[in-house]
Design a protein around this ligand. Structure first.
Ligand code: ZN
Length: 78
């Protein structure tokens, strides 16, 4: 069944999407990267988060930097 995409509505619970900040973390195997202050769209009911392609690109860059540094824990802010 195809439903029209309601951008302002959470596809999981139908809650309201609001913009806010989230903390993003990735397990690289040898260590963990934590990026704070990430702009995201967050559902005010179930807490599901979405990030824009632009923000995702920035995150990828940070994760790649952290991967090269090979630190066990890297905490950054976007
Ligand atoms: Zn939701």
């Amino acid at each position: 069944m195809r439903r029209p995409a309601f951008k302002s509505c959470c596809p999981i619970c139908g809650g309201r999407k609001v913009s806010g900040k989230t903390t993003f973390s990735v397990d690289l195997g040898f260590g963990v990267v934590i990026v704070r202050n990430v702009s995201a769209t967050i559902c005010d009911q179930c807490g599901e988060e979405w990030i824009s392609p632009d923000v995702a690109r920035k995150l990828e860059k940070l994760v790649e930097e952290a991967r090269q540094k090979k630190l066990q824990v890297e905490v950054m802010a976007l």
